[in-house]
Ligand binder design. Structure first.
Ligand SMILES: [Zn+2]
Length: 145
């Protein structure tokens, strides 16, 4: 798929060189083109800025992956264009729209175990331990549900 930066990436392309996370994981196997987020005719965030968010988020996810012992992590959901977010009933302000929200599973630790690490570390966004996965985002300020 073609990114706003002009780079062409494939599902297996690391989000940045050396990352354990791929563009396929961020965009559901390259089926979700990055698009401007427009609400009521107002540009909320450009596709180019979403691309940068995804790259920065991958760096943070790689840091958590290392802190969690380098065990594999499976991404359930990352970037969602607004049409997708609406169709799955995502919240209007979902950080998945911005490219910095990720739902994921560690192959070694449960969401409750992960929460113990995140509670002390995750001060630039939100996280939530669901039964089967963890949501994390980097919205810029600490939030919990
Ligand atoms: Zn989520």
């Amino acid at each position: 798929m073609l990114l706003p930066s002009g780079n062409t990436v494939y599902s297996s392309t690391p989000i940045y060189p050396g990352s354990h996370f791929t563009w396929g994981e961020a965009t559901k196997n390259c089926t979700r083109q990055l698009e401007n987020l427009v609400i009521n005719g107002r540009l909320i965030i450009s596709a180019a800025a979403i691309e940068q968010n995804i790259i920065q988020t991958a760096r943070k996810m790689d840091r958590y992956r290392a802190q969690l012992g380098n065990y594999p992590i499976t991404v359930h959901s990352w970037y969602r264009p607004s049409g997708v977010n609406r169709s799955i009933g995502g919240s209007k302000g979902s950080r998945h729209l911005y490219g910095d929200g990720v739902d994921w599973v560690s192959h070694r630790y449960s969401p409750r175990q992960i929460a113990e690490i995140l509670e002390a570390n995750h001060d630039q966004g939100g996280y939530k331990a669901y039964n089967k996965f963890t949501h994390t985002d980097w919205r810029g300020y600490k939030v919990r549900w």
